[in-house]
Design a protein around this ligand. Structure first.
Ligand SMILES: Nc1nc2c(ncn2[C@@H]2O[C@H](COP(=O)(O)OP(=O)(O)O)[C@@H](O)[C@H]2O)c(=O)[nH]1
Ligand SMILES: [Mg+2]
Ligand SMILES: [Zn+2]
Length: 299
């Protein structure tokens, strides 16, 4: 029996530096500190903790079902743990980086987290171009939902609510895509939930926005996790040779390569390049494959 079993159970709903907010099963929240490196956690973690005055000490992090993270040359950055799905929010404007989108989907695939794309600002003329850039993703079986969170909030709610039922959903997306608009639309008491947490965490200091868990309903059956924007989405946790298998449109063509260790860059009888030539793989996707492959192979 784990020595942690006599401790209280909690859910990590926010984190900043070495401070976390842990929520009890009854819905009470406490500022907690990890005991040591082994009890460092991320939003979405289930932890065992102990009261210590007004605050608490995290003694143990329960095993994670999954963890979404990115890794650049220097550091690993976790988004959140124990997710049911990833929702990548992009918009007609500002033009989104397809490479960042592809990287997020690859990270989700490698962590075994289902992902979907929501394309916002359907009221703008630029929507047509954005829709076209997302065609390869629809084609490979990823659901792409179009909304106008600000312009048509009611329709957006109706579309989004069934996608979020009984699930914990992490939302990521570039700045300006409409993440705050989405949270404010779907989480009626978002400001209160944020206020409560930042008040507790700040304690007079200035803090940057951090990853935050929001309950969507009073019964606490569904949640959205909002995470801060990022510049780079490194995938250094992966091996170059794993990459094609994590890209659904390359996976099957790669089965047809003559060489089992084909890199799909220059080998003869390559199923991927053959699929590219017949237009079954989009050029943008192959370009992104090469870009990430080069990054991973250069270590
Ligand atoms: N035209 C249009 N603008 C929107 C829509 N949704 C959000 N915006 C605007 O896009 C800008 C960025 O939204 P925000 O939610 O702050 O994005 P965030 O940076 O991802 O949090 C704001 O000026 C919003 O009013 C929409 O459906 N249509
Ligand atoms: Mg925002
Ligand atoms: Zn190949």
């Amino acid at each position: 029996m784990s020595p942690a079993l006599d401790l209280d159970v909690g859910l990590v709903v926010a984190g900043h530096g070495r401070h976390y907010i842990v929520e009890t099963p009854e819905g009470h929240r406490f500022i907690c500190h990890p005991r040591g490196k082994k009890s460092e956690c991320v939003v979405g973690d289930r932890v065992r903790w102990q009261r210590s005055g007004d605050e608490g000490v995290i003694e143990h992090v329960e095993p994670r079902r999954n963890l979404l993270f990115r890794q650049d040359e220097w550091k690993t950055k976790s988004f959140a743990a124990n997710l049911d799905q990833l929702l990548v929010l992009v918009a007609a404007e500002p033009v989104f980086s397809e490479s960042q989108l592809a990287r997020a989907l690859i990270a989700a695939e490698s962590a075994d987290i289902p992902a979907r794309i929501v394309l916002n600002k359907a009221d703008l003329p630029a929507i047509a171009g954005a829709r076209e850039r997302l065609a390869p993703y629809r084609q490979m079986g990823i659901e792409v939902h179009e909304v106008a969170l600000k312009a048509l909030p009611h329709a957006a709610c109706e579309l989004m609510e069934p996608l979020l039922t009984d699930r914990v959903t992490l939302v990521i997306g570039p700045s300006g895509a409409g993440k705050s608009t989405l949270i404010n639309l779907l989480v009626p008491d978002a400001r209160a939930q944020v206020g409560e947490i930042s008040q507790a965490l700040q304690a007079g200091r200035h803090t940057t926005t951090t990853t935050q868990w929001y309950w969507l309903d009073a019964a606490r059956t569904r949640a959205l996790i909002d995470s801060p924007g990022f510049q780079e989405f490194g995938l250094r946790q992966l091996e170059a040779r794993q990459l094609a298998a994590l890209m659904p449109d390359l996976r099957e063509p790669a089965q047809a390569c003559r060489f089992y260790n084909c890199t799909h860059l220059h080998e003869p009888a390559c199923g991927v390049r053959e699929a590219l030539e017949r237009g079954a793989i989009a050029e943008s996707r192959y370009r992104i494959y090469r870009e990430i492959f080069a990054e991973l192979a250069s270590r």
